[in-house]
Design a protein around this ligand. Structure first.
Ligand SMILES: C[S@@+](CC[C@H](N)C(=O)[O-])C[C@H]1O[C@@H](n2cnc3c(N)ncnc32)[C@H](O)[C@@H]1O
Length: 264
């Protein structure tokens, strides 16, 4: 893990919300929200809420009070502006050390945040600590990079033009797809009942938008900016060209795959 790996700051929140949320985060949010709301919870804690795509679905789909937290304040500032609901309170918080009393929530939800936890067991144990008896923890994580092929195209194209690899995508968002490993981390954190489901969906976009989203709207941007051999503009051009070669000049649909997990 490098210092920029969890830095969703600067221009990233704006580009993340504009380009990445519709590309790959909105569809999984619908599935995760259905699991979160199935027990009709009264109080929900969301960790790694980002710009709030899941929060908005939870607000629209239920009547719960939601505490939405994230490590990076700029993500939450963007989220709050998009979701001025009285039922949501926003709080900067590390999911590994929540400023919350134990047994205060019916459900903890985390969409595509656990891959960034430096200590998964500690993050899961912290979610369990704040759950009321009978409560549940629902989260998701991306499947392997090759099961999300538009992202693999970009990763491979960038690494074909630099000598020192750009490793963010494999190191962070696409690093945590082993269902047995996830189960072992949950067990170590004290969960006794859990289900890991592999989910599939579709991202609909074009080469230009997808390249900008990936190279400019994620912490890959920070890794590119610190890289001696390439800059953000050149990386975006390389990614666009590779996506055009793979999918053509017009709009395209690419499969996406992730794991959805429920634990109690
Ligand atoms: C891929 S984004 C997901 C954001 C949002 N849940 C979504 O679905 O769009 C990952 C988020 O995890 C947050 N994050 C990273 N490490 C974290 C930690 N230790 N505690 C809380 N949030 C963290 C980042 O700030 C970022 O907003």
């Amino acid at each position: 893990m490098t210092s920029s790996d969890s830095a969703f700051v600067g221009r990233i929140p704006e580009i993340y919300e504009e380009l990445l949320v519709p590309l790959v985060f909105a569809e999984p949010a619908g599935h995760l929200a259905a699991a979160v709301l199935a027990s009709d919870p009264h109080d929900i804690l969301e960790t790694a809420a980002g710009t709030g795509v899941l929060t908005r679905v939870l607000v629209a789909g239920g009547a719960a009070s939601i505490t939405a937290t994230d490590l990076n304040e700029p993500m939450l500032v963007a989220a709050e502006a998009l979701c001025p609901s009285e039922r949501v309170s926003w709080q900067v918080a590390d999911a590994l050390s929540l400023p919350v009393p134990e047994a205060s929530y019916d459900v903890v939800a985390c969409q595509f945040g656990v891959m960034f936890f430096p200590d998964k067991v500690r993050g899961y144990a912290e979610a369990r600590r704040v759950l009321r008896p009978g409560g549940s923890f629902h989260f998701n994580a991306w499947d392997r990079l090759e099961a999300n092929p538009a992202w693999a195209v970009v990763s491979n194209a960038l690494n074909a033009v630099v000598r020192t690899p750009l490793g963010f995508l494999r190191r962070m968002p696409y690093s945590y797809y082993d269902a047995e490993l996830i189960a072992s981390h949950l067990e170590a954190a004290g969960y006794t009942d859990f289900e890991v489901r592999r989910m599939t969906g579709t991202s609909v976009s074009d080469a230009d938008h997808t390249a900008r989203a990936i190279c400019q709207g994620t912490p890959l941007r920070g890794e590119i900016e610190a890289h001696p051999e390439i800059d953000v503009e050149r990386a975006t051009e390389v990614a666009t060209a590779a996506l055009r070669e793979a999918y053509g000049d017009g709009g395209f649909e690419a499969p996406i795959s992730w794991l959805q997990v429920s634990a109690s």
